[in-house]
Design a binder for this molecule. Structure first.
Ligand SMILES: Cc1cc2nc3c(=O)[nH]c(=O)nc-3n(C[C@H](O)[C@H](O)[C@H](O)COP(=O)(O)O)c2cc1C
Length: 438
């Protein structure tokens, strides 16, 4: 029997007009309304997924490049995924919902109270994807943005404070004894006095204790500091790394070492690799798609340049495709991870832009591990192999549209279930329990 894996769905472009320009928009769902997401969430639950995770950035980014982000809706607008969560909880019974939150945007007391409320409303199905992006700092005050590592330090302080508040109702504080009429014993509430580098607040929290455990914490950072954060705090690490045995085992070992360093057990964290598969009905179709992508036309490259311009907050659309990227093109705040995704290992000083964009346009086959186009059987082989290397799960990456969900899962779910890789039932005890069931 294969090792069972956890499955999550990653709504990668946030709660916005994702899929803008895609023909499936003629299904006439309205992205601002809950029905589109509720229908997809029900399908994911039927498929046995542990959770849906919703990307977010609270900001449209630098004032000079807002047009690059909104023109084709690659980088915004985005509505707040935390407020979408209750609609998804209401539409489902077991599926976890993990909105993205940035500690810069919520005072710890507000965060602890809102998340506690949602954890109760959902019977233990809330998760939080904690990110440390500092591009939105100007919306929350006039202090200069923190540096990369300092933003993680602040996130750790924030989360520790939130958790102190969640624990501020001590053992026996909640009485609920109808006979005596006593609801709670105020003497058992802890004051929680936090005076830290970034936050100062007092408790206790005006919300009752969490009877199904705290909300699940997810984190996506891949830097040394990001992995240390995950080791110390996370229940789920979203991993982005080449899917070779060596790289998967090394990534897992780094997270596990970070966990042990902070007094936790390696088994406390589920590591889930993010993958965007293109599932097709035959090997021939997969070959055709891959072959067609080998020599992309200029208009395809221009489209990719538009998307990259949004992610990189830098206009690539007016550059000469056949010249290298101009020196000092990217401002300091541009994400190094996004830049690496554009340029790969190529020499930036000599490689023409066309070569970078072509590399992004090219597809590869799952079967030979050169990419992610393949049949459901081939994708199941990949997930099974990851499991053999000790992996915990995968995060499928895409829009959250019924068309995308069906295209990806229709054939895949029965194959994964027959192989024993995908759950057939939930624990009924919430997201923590489902994550720890195997
Ligand atoms: C699967 C995945 C999901 C992510 N989701 C978000 C997100 O919702 N919001 C965000 O600001 N960054 C998101 N990121 C980016 C990370 O938060 C982070 O900025 C990036 O990995 C760089 O952090 P690092 O320097 O620690 O690697 C995501 C990254 C990955 C791999």
């Amino acid at each position: 029997m294969s090792r069972p894996q956890h499955f999550g769905w990653f709504l990668a472009r946030g709660f916005g007009p994702h899929g803008w320009g895609h023909p499936y928009l003629d299904w006439d769902y309205d992205w601002t309304r809950p029905e589109l997401y509720q229908q997809s969430a029900r399908e994911l639950e039927q498929a046995g997924f542990d959770f849906v995770l919703i990307e977010d950035a609270p900001s449209l980014g630098s004032p000079e490049t807002i047009d690059l982000r909104v023109r084709h809706a690659f980088g915004g607008p985005k509505h707040d995924p935390l407020l979408l969560a209750p609609y998804l909880f209401q539409a489902t019974r077991h599926l976890g919902v993990i909105p993205t939150v940035n500690p810069a945007a919520y005072l710890p007391y507000t965060a602890a109270r809102q998340f506690s409320t949602l954890q109760h409303l959902s019977a233990g199905r809330l998760g939080l994807n904690v990110v440390t992006d500092t591009g939105s700092a100007r919306h929350f005050g006039d202090a200069p943005p923190l540096g990369h590592d300092a933003a993680y330090d602040r996130a750790e302080e924030w989360l520790a404070g939130v958790r102190d508040l969640w624990r501020s109702w001590g053992e026996g504080a909640l009485v609920r004894d109808a006979a005596s009429g006593v609801y709670a014993d105020g003497s058992r509430l802890e004051a929680v006095r936090h005076r830290g580098e970034h936050f100062a607040f007092d408790g206790p929290l005006n919300a009752i204790p969490l009877d199904r455990g705290q909300p699940v914490i997810a984190s996506p950072g891949g830097s040394g500091r990001g992995l240390a954060f995950a080791g110390a705090n996370s229940d789920i690490q979203l991993a982005l790394a080449p899917l070779t045995e060596k790289s998967v085992r090394e990534y897992r070992a780094r997270i596990h070492a970070a966990a042990v360093e902070r007094g936790r057990a390696p088994g406390d964290i589920r590591i889930m690799f993010a993958i965007q598969p293109v599932i097709v009905s035959s090997a021939e179709e997969a070959d055709r798609l891959v072959a067609a992508s080998a020599h992309p036309a200029d208009d395809v490259l221009r489209q990719i340049a538009q998307k990259q311009s949004s992610d990189l907050e830098t206009d690539l659309t007016t550059l000469d495709l056949d010249a290298p990227l101009p020196a000092a093109l990217f401002a300091e705040h541009v994400s190094q991870g996004s830049l690496r995704r554009l340029t790969g290992d190529r020499d930036v000083a000599t490689t023409p832009l066309r070569a970078h964009l072509t590399a992004l346009a090219r597809l590869g086959r799952i079967a030979d591990r050169s990419g992610f186009v393949g049949t459901a059987e081939e994708f199941a082989d990949l997930v099974e192999e990851l499991g053999e290397w000790g992996n915990d799960g995968v995060l499928l990456w895409g829009d959250l549209h019924p068309v995308t969900v069906h295209r990806t899962l229709d054939e895949l779910v029965p194959i994964l279930r027959r192989r024993g890789i995908l759950r057939r039932e939930y624990t009924g005890q919430g997201l923590h329990a489902d994550l720890r069931a195997f």
